[in-house]
Design a protein around this ligand. Sequence first.
Ligand code: DC
Length: 220
Amino acid sequence: MPDIPIITLDGPSGAGKGTVAARLAQHYGWHILDSGALYRLVGYAASQAGTDLADGEALVSVVSGMQVQFAPNQVTLNGEDVSLAIRTETAGNAASKVAAMPAVRAALLDWQRSYAKRPGLVADGRDMGTVVFPQARLKVFLTASADERALRRYKQLKEKGITARVATLAAEIRERDERDQNRAAAPLKPAEDALCIDSTSMSIDDVAHSIIRAAESCLS
Ligand code: DC
């Protein structure tokens, strides 16, 4: 495998990975992989097709039928703009269920690895450093307390004019963490050599700067 520089960014939902990944990709002029979007797409496509989210074989054929295109701020699935549809809480829950199926994870492996292209890649997900890109130059595990993540999610929803209760969001976040951390297939956990950052009381800028500083020695 050619030695393409990769920074992996793993951690629970709401820790700020997406925003930090975009900052890093922009800073280095690298490609970006939002692996959560792939799981969301599978969850969405399977729900639309009425597929049982616990039927691994059926889910693999859903994956084979997916034609996906990523453009800045837009995702299309078989020609349909699903950018908003895959961001709902329902799609997030469906994603978390299909992500627990080893057959789905295996079916997405080569697809995810195909994003590793020059000049480099920032890969955002749950198992980027542990399973998909174990050779990455720098592995980051980004966390924040569940309450802080719920608060961030609440503010995001409020900006979009969607009302929600922080306590309900926190309960949902804890439930999803539980499922992601305790599944048998590629559970959410830091790689042994990961740099762990708790972003609870840090700004996105602070997080991005500390990663860029840590990357200096790994990328040269
Ligand atoms: O990051 P996200 O919220 O878009 O991810 C949606 C779901 O997909 C989440 O519950 C965990 C799962 N996921 C995963 O299992 N492995 C990844 N590499 C990325 C996401």
